[in-house]
Design a protein around this ligand. Structure first.
Ligand code: IPM
Ligand code: MG
Length: 352
């Protein structure tokens, strides 16, 4: 088969880590007889520099015509800490989410036996933790109107909005995910305070009846923040609204011990986007030291979304083998540290 992959390297280390995932996908193509056509486009600061727009129409077009999108990272320090900057790289990301209808962000959280000691949490707490955070990505306070400043500039406001359709859509996806896993779903909200959360709970309590084989649990977000760290093993699938999901998924990433290993998928109405959860790590850009594994595992999720399950499994196996063999970058190396490109080459050669 022939697949069109929108390829958006973005900023900082984005280009070098995406290059490794492209190598790995090409190796998969050769082994399994597929052709991946990588259509490159700019996004983030790179796009602002080139076109003035962090998510240009041409990039949107490339995404719309893709079977899936591989994304690196965005963000550049020259746009940070400047409250007056008119356009920011992050607006590109939010614009892309909205325009592609990327309503569900999926972040698996698991541990790697060889890296357990890297977690700041105790081994007995994290060993065997394996859950998924499903974050609603196109609604809530990130996008609600009205938002802005009062005329005298002394007041600012954002609005959190959810419709029953948006809630049903994300809950359905989360229930289906739970159905394929350990059949437990935790719905995280702040229904003791927020109207939107009460609507989530109302919709969820109705939907729960349609999934009698799945154990549904409700939890307030403050309590969930505590339990993720204290008993990470008790979770299977967790679903929540946009901003709670933003915060909880960063928190959950600590369990693994390395941000450089965690992939994510954003499932969309038009296409889906696969990207590492870490940022653009500008200090490392161009140095060939960044860990490409999160991006390579994102490519594995991309293959799964195309229903190429054996291919995805082969990529995951290559990653496990590289961790076991110690062919890893300096952030997780115990002995010799390999370069980004060396890890990429090794992974591509070991896709069997
Ligand atoms: C993320 C990021 C983004 C978000 C930022 C960069 C806008 O933190 O993908 O989690 O808040 O959603
Ligand atoms: Mg975030």
């Amino acid at each position: 088969m022939n697949y069109k992959i929108g390829t958006l390297p973005g900023d900082g280390i984005g280009p070098e880590i995406v290059e490794q995932a492209v190598k790995v996908l090409n190796a998969v193509g050769e082994k399994y007889g597929h052709t991946f056509e990588f259509n490159y486009a700019v996004v983030g600061a790179a796009a602002i520099d080139a076109t003035g727009n962090p998510y240009p129409d041409a990039t949107h077009q490339v995404c719309m015509e893709s079977d899936a999108v591989l994304f690196g990272a965005i963000g550049d320090p020259k746009y940070d800490n400047d409250p007056k900057a008119k356009v920011r790289p992050e607006q590109g990301l939010l614009g892309m989410r909205k325009k592609l209808g990327l309503y569900a962000n999926i972040r698996p959280v698991n541990t790697f036996p060889s890296l357990i000691h890297k977690s700041p949490l105790r081994k007995d707490i994290v060993e065997g933790a394996d859950f998924v955070v499903v974050r609603e990505l196109t609604g809530g306070i990130y996008f609600g109107e009205p938002r802005g400043r009062s005329e005298d500039l002394k007041k600012a406001f954002d609005t959190c909005v959810y419709t029953t359709d948006e809630i049903e859509r994300i809950l359905k996806l989360a229930y289906e995910y739970a159905g394929k896993r350990d059949k437990r779903l935790t719905i995280v909200d702040k229904a003791n305070v927020l109207g939107t959360s009460r609507l989530w709970r109302e919709v969820a309590q109705e939907m729960e009846k349609e999934y009698p084989d799945i154990e549904t649990d409700y939890m307030f977000v403050d309590n969930a923040a505590m339990q993720i760290i204290q008993w990470p093993k008790k979770f299977d699938v967790m679903v929540t609204e946009n901003m709670f999901g933003d915060i909880l998924s960063d928190e959950a990433s600590v369990i693994t011990g390395s941000l450089g290993l965690l992939p994510s998928a954003s499932i969309g109405l038009h296409t889906s986007v696969f990207e590492p959860i870490h940022g653009s790590y500008p200090q490392a850009a161009g140095k060939d030291i960044a860990n490409p594994i999160a991006t390579v595992l994102s490519a594995a999720m991309l293959l799964e979304s195309l229903n190429l399950l054996d291919e995805a499994a082969a990529v995951r196996k290559a990653v496990d083998a590289s961790l076991e063999a110690g062919v890893v970058t300096e952030d997780i190396a115990e002995g010799k540290a390999y370069k980004t490109s060396e890890v990429g080459n090794w992974l591509a050669e070991n896709v069997l």
